[in-house]
Ligand binder design. Sequence first.
Ligand code: AMP
Ligand code: MN
Ligand code: MN
Ligand code: MN
Length: 274
Amino acid sequence: MIDLHTHSLFSDGTDSPEALARAGAEAGLAALALTDHDTLEGLERFMAMQPEVPTQLLPGIELSCHFMGSPLHMLGLFLDFRDPGLLERVQTMRRRRLERNRTMVRRLQARSVPITWEQVAAEAPTDLISRTHFARVLVRNGAAASPEDAFRRLIGADCPAYVPFPDLAPAEAARWIREAGGVAVVAHPGRGFPRGFRWDLAMRDLKRQGVQGLEAYYPDYGPLERAYFLELAATLDLVPCGGSDYHGGHKPGRPLGMAVPDEVLGRLQALRLR
Ligand code: AMP
Ligand code: MN
Ligand code: MN
Ligand code: MN
């Protein structure tokens, strides 16, 4: 078992980087990547756990992109998380995220939804604020029955108060990742896009834009969806990656680890540039 897609409290997970590394070892994982949203902040502490835990710890990120009108998430695995160019780029992205979050609060308030910027900011343990933090505030303020309800009616991608990240294209994200020595992988294809979206055509296009793999092993996939993405990866010669998208307490009941074949790690290693 390995896991190439997890989150810590530096984005919208709840585990500290140290706790995550220990949990990976307890789960008996051979390898574990921390891939927080749009931040590298947890990686120093995560990677410092390496002598302590036998699990191979890998640095990563999950970059929020936009592709053909829908949100696309790009995993960067094995990247050099101290690369000054990458840090600068991610910093800029964080500023855009902050502006977007403030706009979303204003849009919710304009619809008389009870929420304040201070509440949202207080909900996040670091300055990386995501919609999961919005969801928790909305539930506490009685504006939503559950986080799912908040995403369905108030902050989901098709809700009026939702503001996307319009700035980062997949080609640019893939370039950032490659220039920091990493491997670019499309996270959970099929999620967040309209039904019937042509992933076969999209992935061909994304490969030309620098993508090297796609997630074919993902907890929410049924057997047919997994088979579809495995075959697509084989057809396009993309590495079929996989991870749990573990968020600790933010997504209860989602354990660490996916049954990804061992050879996947070797194929990814061969593509890294540093
Ligand atoms: P953001 O990066 O601020 O747009 O927030 C995206 C995060 O919100 C995702 O990575 C998930 O953790 C969470 N999320 C998105 N959609 C849902 C949903 N329907 N239910 C629960 N969490 C969601
Ligand atoms: Mn998340
Ligand atoms: Mn994602
Ligand atoms: Mn994720």
